[in-house]
Design a protein around this ligand. Structure first.
Ligand SMILES: [Zn+2]
Length: 94
């Protein structure tokens, strides 16, 4: 798919989104609102069902059991898999 000239003019590398990403990930995540990719249900993260394992946790939808959030720690890395979420909304700083 070709991008329009206007869209190309606004293209920067990922560093340009660093401030927004820091704002999005440095918040209380249990109050974030997530939409399940399996059934479309909307819930706050605290309402998901946590299944722990030695490397981290899987948070599943209470309605359809889809793995909405997977988080794991390996050494000095945290892995975050959100493919079970359509989107995740956090409150922006005022
Ligand atoms: Zn669901």
């Amino acid at each position: 798919m070709e991008r329009s000239g206007n869209e190309t003019d606004r293209r920067l590398d990922g560093n340009a989104a660093g401030g927004l990403l820091a704002e999005a990930f440095c918040v209380e995540m249990t109050t974030a609102v997530v939409v399940c990719a399996g059934c479309g249900a909307e819930a706050v993260v605290a309402e998901l069902l946590r299944y722990g394992h030695e490397m981290g946790a899987i948070l599943r939808c209470a309605g359809c059991d889809t793995a909405v959030v997977r988080i794991a720690r390996t050494g000095d890395r945290l892995w975050l898999d959100l493919r079970g979420a359509v989107n995740l909304r956090v409150s922006a700083a005022p």
